[in-house]
Ligand binder design. Sequence first.
Ligand SMILES: *Cc1c(COP(=O)(O)O)cnc(C)c1O
Length: 337
Amino acid sequence: MKTIDLRSDTVTQPTAAMRAAMAAAPVGDDVYGEDPTVRKLEQRLASELGFEHGLFVPSGTQSNLIALLAHCQRGDEFLVGMEAHSYKYEGGGAAVLGSIQPQPVSNEDDGSLSLATLEKMVKPDDAHFARTRLLALENTWQGRVLPADYVIRATQWARSRGLSTHLDGARLFNAAIASGVPPRDLVAGFDTVSVCLSKGLGAPVGSVLLGAQAQIASGRRWRKMLGGGMRQSGILAAAGLHALDNHVERLADDHARAARLAAGLRAIPAVEVQACHTNMVFIRVPTERLRELDRSLTEAGVRASIGYLPSVRLVTHLDIDDAAIDHAIAAFVRFFA
Ligand SMILES: *Cc1c(COP(=O)(O)O)cnc(C)c1O
């Protein structure tokens, strides 16, 4: 029996067509800047999203870290959501490796950071304080699309305060498909943007950092120092190009399946569906039953993300079809019957 793995959209297997594209990719040594497929991917995303340059990196974590290192010096700080990936789930890399201080701010329910709070967090130019340098946002955040008007106000506010802006757009294309807003418009106010190819887009590896010449040139140095300079990485970039050609529009299917999963779970009295946005469903079940639920689902061939958050997280993706959703709902129904 094939496992129905709803833990994350990172668990996808490369499709046969993606593997064929990878096998056929022309490659070169990318540390010398000689991999044509990597260049093609970097240039394609840069022009699609309206930036001068792109930088192909092994992971979203490294992409965010490189952006922070490119924007901030030792003793600078960045404003970031308390529940943002780049603050909470990246090992404190900016502080550990960059001597950059995070200034976390509580996320509102819609993922935004209150501009009034951010305003209070900007430190005066005084030797007591770290130098506030950057605002970092995330879109989608826990599957939610940030309100478009908020993104405009937040990036304008940052500019007015002399701050740079970075967007963790790991799931930018989910935001674009769900909102109907072209990805280019979603990132218009940002100095740098990180996009993951290995989440809903279904590539095995890789993220791209987009920005202006100066940030990407600096980023290229940091990437090498962090061990992210890869050689014939066109093999991997080819998977990203294939994903951009074939797996963007279909994200709508993931979103529809997440909605159907949420509807099925809502019918179970013991399950509280807290949120369903884009390809993510968050539910709450009685805490004392979590361990038992995990075991029962695993036996039924269903995996969910249990234990990281107070909620159970279920994520749809390329390898989840309608039958898998039905099977997952049935497994929950049986457990709570
Ligand atoms: C997954 C993720 C990252 C990090 O990507 P990795 O490739 O796992 O390092 C960064 N930000 C967000 C919002 C993510 O979901």
